[in-house]
Design a protein. Sequence first.
Length: 180
Amino acid sequence: MPVKHAILGIIKEGPRHGYELKNIFDQRIGSFWNLNYGQIYTTLDRLEKEGLVEGREEEQNSRPDKKVYAISPKGIQELTRWLQEPATKPRPLRDELFIKLLFISQENLELALRLTERQTQIYMDQMRELTETKYRLAKEGINRENVITDLLTDAALFHAEADVRWLRHVETKILEYAKM
């Protein structure tokens, strides 16, 4: 499970509490993956039960105590094992758009065309934001700390470009079938 291992990877760098984990996750991965606080804390509970992290309460002045997590030797072993394994399956093609097109196209080709046009605009907006990220990273200078973010941004750009190409293909096919 990627969330489990992402949290282990962050905690391996040093002990963290849930709020810190969420902020670090968002800084590094947030533009590619939305993770809420509930997922962080349920994952931390599960990691602690599995013996992969160890939690301890820390006192705070004029605030409730916070629980700080450190990776255990078993957690380091699990993270190392996971990092060395390739992903065994390609990304699943479970997408809300696919289901919408499946049902819209049977009833109203015009509606399917409008949907693909609007969806293309969403991907184009995403590509603009990703290009801005690439520009910012290049301006800062690519280094050991941000090279993976740069590469993940490339991956997101490539996926968005492929989605736009596919949507244009969908539009072409719908127009061809509309003539039949």
